[in-house]
Design a protein around this ligand. Sequence first.
Ligand code: M6R
Length: 613
Amino acid sequence: MCGIVGYIGEKNATPIILEGLRKLEYRGYDSAGIAVIEDGKIEIRRDVGKLINLEVLVKERPLSGKIGIGHTRWATHGAPSARNAHPLIGEKGKVVIVHNGIVENYLELKEELESEGAHFNSDTDTETIVYLIERNFVKGVTLEEAVRLSLQRIRGAHGIVVISNQEPDKIIAARIGNAGGVVIGHGDGEMFVASDIPAILEYTRKMSFLESHQMAVVTRNHVEIKTLNGEHVDVKIDNIAWDPVAAVKGKYRHFMQKEIHEQARSLTDTLTGRVDFDNNRIELINLNMDEKKAKAIQKIIITACGTAYNAGMVGKTMIETIAKIPVEVDVASEFRYRDPLVDESTCVIVISQSGETADTLAAMEEAHKKGAIVLSIVNAIGSQAIRAADGYISMQVGPEIGVASTKAFTAPLVDLYMLAIYLADLRGTLTEEERSHYIYDLRVIPDIAGKCLKREDAVEEVAKILKDVHNILYLGRGINMPIAYEGALKLKEISYIHAEAYPAGEMKHGPIALIDKDMPVLAIIPKDQWYDKMLSQVEQVKARGGTLILVATDGDARAKELGDYVLWIPESPWLLTPVFTTIPLQMLAYHIAAIRGLDVDQPRNLAKSVTVE
Ligand code: M6R
């Protein structure tokens, strides 16, 4: 999704902005641009396609200035093209803008501006904002005031950053709603503005975050934050602990492969500071939950999108089994418009890697409106899903760059398991023995994950065989049913192979008609309470000539007999098996896509964080 970087200081802004945009490439984009103020004039370079095209353009026609803004655009209004790329400039060349979000009333604004004589140079909605700002500005108000007045006219959710050659000593940044974050980086005699932390982490760890309906006036040495009504806001500076080195690809071919392999470590990290193995206790400090609140919960609703939603489905079984609280799981884009039955006795849990997914944030708002306790499980520190929640668990897995989520899927599984124990404990529904047993099982996670990862070569061999298939049907049951969905999602998003997932028991109600020699079936059959049922589904597939790929527990003789190919996992506690059955499926999707020579980290049409509806 769109990315923003801005710089003001004593250095040449161009390389800093281009490097920042490179750090945001993982978000997905289809054009890029940069504007700097050079000798009192706004200079712009924009191009369609990857950042390298913009870099070539900047090499051909260099830019230098001490203040500038840049953008990677993911098209919403108007095709991906240089003409529609940001930054977009006002009619008189005095104001230039980069923007994340959608102007919901842009047609109305465009007609109004056209009736006043405006000519638009792009097909974007963003141009209406910069035209409005410039028209207010040339009437004689300050740039800050012009932005404020203009933002009052536009509907929707937005992150915007504006500069002007008439006031070349400042950047104005503003945020309305949840169209992605606006973060300000505090340097020494220089300041940075970005949509996401990684863009500027190389330069500073001191960051401030804009809330909705706030704007910032950023000069070289000072940051002032106000509400859009002009009220003063204290500038809070957070120290960000992420290690930028963790975002480098290292020996791996792709970030996705690196992130898959990081899971033994990231799963350890997510346990860190939460599990006291000596005293058999879980401590989730940032959850802000106490006995009274926990006991008042009548129902939990987990809501999220994509991979995070699949994690939520696993969480349902974990929480219902351990904490005995009824759990519903809802896709966030449905929840937000469904008028869900939520009240003060409901606890709504959202899961999000980026913490900026528009549908998920809107679901949080809806839940809050109805009086629910809203908790979040989030990876990106400082993101809106953390700030807007009543309490949160941070995934603690470090930046995830590959668009296909991997380590940010397995970590929340463990977080949900810990949350279930924690809630059960607060509600007094766990015996000492049960708690010890569940907590003891957490110890094995990093070791078993590590063993799964060591089996990559065997998975790659299966990938070589499957690389040209056109469809795969994924089946799972019980706690591993969501893993069938997650495996299928991983395969389709990076390899572009059609993959469909089903709860295995549903096979006989329709999908079995698809089975023939051209429809490979991947079934997840660890040794758990659904094992016998899964075996009978697998036998039915076998009887119809389908190729069978099984994910099975080491030593399972029946799986060896039935499966054409078996992806083995070590024996593990049943409630935690999804953490391990997932790993071979991530590796399978990865290798199929890599063998097909596809852009694994930035698959077509996808963005890392989906900040629009
Ligand atoms: O940042 P979020 O976790 O809220 O993102 C949700 C989905 O957009 C995301 O999981 C998406 O499905 C991934 N591409 C899956 O790999």
